[in-house]
Design a binder for this molecule. Sequence first.
Ligand SMILES: *[C@@H]1O[C@H](CO)[C@@H](O)[C@H](O)[C@H]1NC(C)=O
Ligand SMILES: *[C@@H]1O[C@H](CO)[C@@H](O)[C@H](O)[C@H]1NC(C)=O
Ligand SMILES: *[C@@H]1O[C@H](CO)[C@@H](O)[C@H](O)[C@H]1NC(C)=O
Ligand SMILES: *[C@@H]1O[C@H](CO)[C@@H](O)[C@H](O)[C@H]1NC(C)=O
Ligand SMILES: *[C@@H]1O[C@H](CO)[C@@H](O)[C@H](O)[C@H]1NC(C)=O
Ligand SMILES: *[C@@H]1O[C@H](CO)[C@@H](O)[C@H](O)[C@H]1NC(C)=O
Length: 707
Amino acid sequence: MTWVVALCLGLLLPLGHSKTVHIYVSPKGSDGNSGLDVAHPVATLDKARQLLDSSGIKDNMVYVELMGGYHNLQSTLHFTHAYSQPVTFRAYQDQEVHVTGGKQIPANMFTHVTDSSVLNVLPANSRSKVFQLHLPSAGVTDYGTMSKFGFYVSRTSWLEIFINGLPARLAQYPNERFLNLVTVPGGRRSRVFTYTSKEDSRWVHEKEPWAYGFWYFSWADDGVGISNIDINKHQITLANDTNYGLRIGHYNPSHLAYADNQGGYFRVINMLSELDQPGEYYLDRSNGNLYIWPNTKTGTLASSDVITVSLINDCISLDRGVSNLNFEGFTLEACRKAGITGAAVHDINIQNLEIRNLGAYGVSLSDSNNITVSRCDIHYTNGGVNLTGGDRKTLTPSGNIVEDNHIWKFGRVGGVGYNAIFFDGAGNVARHNHMHDGQYTGMWLAGNDNIVEHNHIHHMCVNSTDCGGIIAGRDWSGRGNVIRYNYIHNVVKNMPGAENRGIMLDDQFSGVLIEHNVFFQNQYHTNIGGGRDNIIRYNVFYDAVNYPLNVDGRGILYASNNGTLYDRLRAQPYKTKPWSTRYPKLATIDTNHPNYPIGNQIYDNVFYNKRGPNIVQYHGTGLNKTEYYDIHDNFNANPAEFWSPREYDFRFRCSIETWANQNSVPQPININAVGPRQPTGPKYIQTAIRQYHSTSRPASCTGSIIG
Ligand SMILES: *[C@@H]1O[C@H](CO)[C@@H](O)[C@H](O)[C@H]1NC(C)=O
Ligand SMILES: *[C@@H]1O[C@H](CO)[C@@H](O)[C@H](O)[C@H]1NC(C)=O
Ligand SMILES: *[C@@H]1O[C@H](CO)[C@@H](O)[C@H](O)[C@H]1NC(C)=O
Ligand SMILES: *[C@@H]1O[C@H](CO)[C@@H](O)[C@H](O)[C@H]1NC(C)=O
Ligand SMILES: *[C@@H]1O[C@H](CO)[C@@H](O)[C@H](O)[C@H]1NC(C)=O
Ligand SMILES: *[C@@H]1O[C@H](CO)[C@@H](O)[C@H](O)[C@H]1NC(C)=O
């Protein structure tokens, strides 16, 4: 029998060929429907997922057609196995589709606050503005819990609320900026400190106060619970330790750029008494009342407003081995943890999604290969894309590509450790992305042979210091990384602490090739933190706040990273092939003063800097040696010798061009050649790609010195 069927199928269908099946899903559908035609859609993505394994559908190419509306996941959409043919979940006919981990609450369930005990706690200016929602009346009883956040914590958020896609934030004081820790009586590793604000008398009724701060370093933030507030002593006792302890702060908003004294500042959060502006909310977990001053244009709520609360943890998860799965063209939002997460998966394409309003990373796939994330809009998450893959031992590239995405405001609750893109492994590629508005770093590179090219990166490190638009750090063995043809600008220092840089090679990171990039108005454009064999060439370094480049020899001065550096080195087969042929200078590191900044080359760059004629600032003495930093043939230009710096056009003319031609230095990239090549996000929100003004080449090399 089986034989006969197989034989018939074999005759009817060309071998190895499958048909294409469409499964329709609509929020108005029913899971009792077949889902196989547009008039009989199933209701849930999970039902569609189950249908993928049914006979007649299994082993065919499948489009799961998501029809317009809000598809609220009841639990994580969980894929358990590979598909033999591609399966694509996509917006049907480019309709407006939202896949959410929450539910929508009708505006009319929100009422003005009448309870006098609540009104008495609310600030006077907000009493008539704040709305109240009794969550259990809306069928919501899982509020989640407040939990530690900031500094690399892979968090599961508590219940959050979003109005028309905009996140609200926990009510806080101060609304912007921070308060200093004034005394720390128990010392660094204690939990008690005082502050000077007299506004704390409001805080006595708070049920679950928390604090958020940069408690010791301006590159490490922690959200922690408060166990006691003594308003007579203006003293707070934290419920938990912070990562690096506590210290007295010198935060002064008018002198931030100059202050080297870092850390020691905080704000209080999760306080009803501080709910004093639009976009703030507070949830009283003891009774399920949520209070919010709506962040709508009118400051109030109408039936047309889409109000979503987040309920489930990960939106979509992929078990080991899942492959041949694609997601296209919809908005994925309002989950308490990641958007799409998994380990050891391959051949997954994530395209034209909008990924927003999550508690953790938008996409986080570890130990995975052939993953493509392209043309997505990722924002209001806590981390953009985290991909690890490839095989470092054999230097087999992962095949992972992150391209043409727009990623911004990707550190929403907590700043440090939530990168726009994080790579580890071997051979991951990030190209043509537009990344901006990061509290801390934009891209973190770990592992080997990652390529970062044609990206537009700016306004990173906005709320932290000792940071870079792109960072790689503390690994001699992380060789073969290439950062080229990027446009990196406005990474400056807004907070106390150490310096910020466009590219930061931290703690002896080595073997990076940085070429053909344009840097503009960063504090420092790039640093080399005592590493080896880095090459910096063919870049334009224009107008740094401090110096174009800063280099040091920290491994000579102190060995505090020595243990980690050796551990990471010895974890790799660096003395044998293919490593020894790919990275010959690493193969001999043991006998060549490993902790010295040997073999760095800085040449054929063009720079203009108001601060002086030098392209590098040496941090430390005894570093001006060619065996450490071989610096030669860099061109110190005049602003008038570029096409039009004011319009971000740094192409060469006049004497730079003559010099460049003589030295075979190519013209720099055009600003319109970086960033996404195609519109990002689902069709319903796509806008044209931004084009910068095309300047024409100024005619004459005489006169016209532009300042
Ligand atoms: C406080 O710290 C302990 C020990 O590290 C941890 O188990 C607990 O979850 C923390 N509490 C909060 C609210 O973060
Ligand atoms: C990225 O994911 C990997 C694997 O889960 C994890 O080890 C790493 O810490 C993550 N990176 C960041 C910056 O969170
Ligand atoms: C990735 O794709 C390439 C090219 O299609 C293929 O050769 C390779 O086997 C794939 N790797 C994995 C892990 O699927
Ligand atoms: C930096 O912090 C301020 C104050 O908390 C916040 O308003 C702003 O959104 C943060 N910037 C970024 C890029 O996240
Ligand atoms: C660094 O660690 C290596 C290996 O553990 C050791 O041999 C060397 O003495 C250390 N160097 C310094 C400067 O501490
Ligand atoms: C480095 O040393 C060379 C040769 O002694 C000197 O010309 C140059 O000015 C020095 N550079 C800096 C930045 O000190």
